[in-house]
Design a protein around this ligand. Sequence first.
Ligand SMILES: *[C@@H]1O[C@H](CO)[C@@H](O)[C@H](O)[C@H]1NC(C)=O
Ligand SMILES: *[C@@H]1O[C@H](CO)[C@@H](O)[C@H](O)[C@H]1NC(C)=O
Ligand SMILES: *[C@@H]1O[C@H](CO)[C@@H](O)[C@H](O)[C@H]1NC(C)=O
Length: 515
Amino acid sequence: MASSRQVVLRAVLASLSVLSARGASGPGNYTFPDGFMFGVATAAYQIEGAWNEDGKGESMWDTYVHAHPEYTPDRSTGDVATDSYHKYMDDVAMVKELGVDYYRMSISWPRLLPNGTDNNINKAAVRYYRKVIKELIKAKIIPVVTLFHWDLPTPLMDLGGWANPQMVNYFRDYARVVFNLFGDVVKTWTTMNELHQHCIYGYGGEYFVPVLKSHGVGEYLCVHYMLLGHAAAYHLYDKEFRPTQKGKIGLTLDAFWAEPKNSSNPDDIEAAERYLQMHLGTFAHPIFSKQGDYPEVVRNRVDKLSLQQGYTRSRLPYFTPEEIISLRGSSDFFGLNHYTSFLMSPSNFEETWAIPSMDSDTGVKLEQDPKWPKPGSDWFSVYPPGFRKIINWITHEYGKEIPIIITENGLTDFGGVKDYARVDYFNEYLSQMLQAMYADGCNIQGYFAWTLMDDFEWKDGYTSKFGLYHVDFDSEEKTRTPKLSAINYREIVRTKKINFNFIKNPTSSTHSNKL
Ligand SMILES: *[C@@H]1O[C@H](CO)[C@@H](O)[C@H](O)[C@H]1NC(C)=O
Ligand SMILES: *[C@@H]1O[C@H](CO)[C@@H](O)[C@H](O)[C@H]1NC(C)=O
Ligand SMILES: *[C@@H]1O[C@H](CO)[C@@H](O)[C@H](O)[C@H]1NC(C)=O
């Protein structure tokens, strides 16, 4: 498989050489520093398949999509996905082919602990993850492992999932099993992925599983206990494992950039700032700020609205003083997933908002500039400067001392290997990131492209594509083929700089790096 793919890659490269110009490379003159972590990311449920093989338990995603085939537009599931449970050797070969030094993957909690609890460890899962990690290390690729990338074991979801305070203990138990089993070879951990998306759209809304629709209450319970679960796993590692295993452990948060709709209107500027505090600060401030705890604006708004709405207590739980201390500083790096930006203006009511909800607590209307390209899903517009701005906002809020690792960034489209829009996206977003590093002095230590290959994209099923490699889902082999973006990314990693002329869209005359 690997060799046939290399043949394809060479052929594509040969056909491209005519397009690659020499000399000046426009605004992409900065080079990445030595030791910069280049990587590519995946997540277990989106690629592994083998949903019920070798003693794996069900995750809430398995359970939900089986019961609700209409949830995805193509009535699909992650039952097989890219079949990486069987084809992980291909995945490792692709990561190697890209030339990156790091691979961010996640462990499926229900594969390892079929019941969610640590009384029952699935030996086949241990063998599987040891094999994957061993192959990566053999290929000189450093694994970066996420403990929780959304696939909660169903028995724990049945107990309320992250709305249940006891989940903090069950997550710590799971983390202990993982550190014991794999901490000798895995030295970089992220505890959890995208708490914001997971809680707001899974517990508060209905876009993501578990589709709880407990808006205004459920999402804040989820936030609260996920944060405490993260801190529990961090301190467990810090005290019991770090002294011997000597690794790093951090949290991955997602953030859109919030651009004031009218940058000379103070109300829009305030709305954008409020959005960032509500939708990023709620998750980041307790961990990364000097003061700790939820941001004041978040605390005040949710408290005030809750009382007005007739609740006895705030819908946003309170941390104890001990919890505030335990959360503060509980991450060795700021893992950031960034995809797109929105224009912000104040609003008291939008038809799409439930009441109560984090949306109505925030009171900000989101739009996207029609001039921003929209290559795929509805929510996704291309606005490269937003990347530099969100990195600067984080740096300004939480300080330069905390290293930022971009744990995900990438573009969604509707498929095809000639993915010029994705090539442009990576060039432009990476160029903005370099400006944040060099011109603005932001402390960025790594970058992971999302994602290695087309996969099961949650709510979108297989209809939206994020891969550097195309996957033929109709084939038995789930054949992987490099897209132009894979070849372009490989060149960036090889040369440590961005060459806007390396691959150019022959049909597009306007180049958007002027943005
Ligand atoms: C990048 O390098 C080219 C060629 O040396 C030069 O013309 C251009 O001004 C440089 N751009 C920046 C932003 O420094
Ligand atoms: C664990 O889960 C399996 C199914 O994955 C089930 O058959 C078994 O009864 C469960 N065991 C316990 C102790 O809950
Ligand atoms: C932007 O806001 C300023 C200040 O409120 C206002 O004068 C201007 O008309 C606004 N521009 C647009 C396009 O709405």
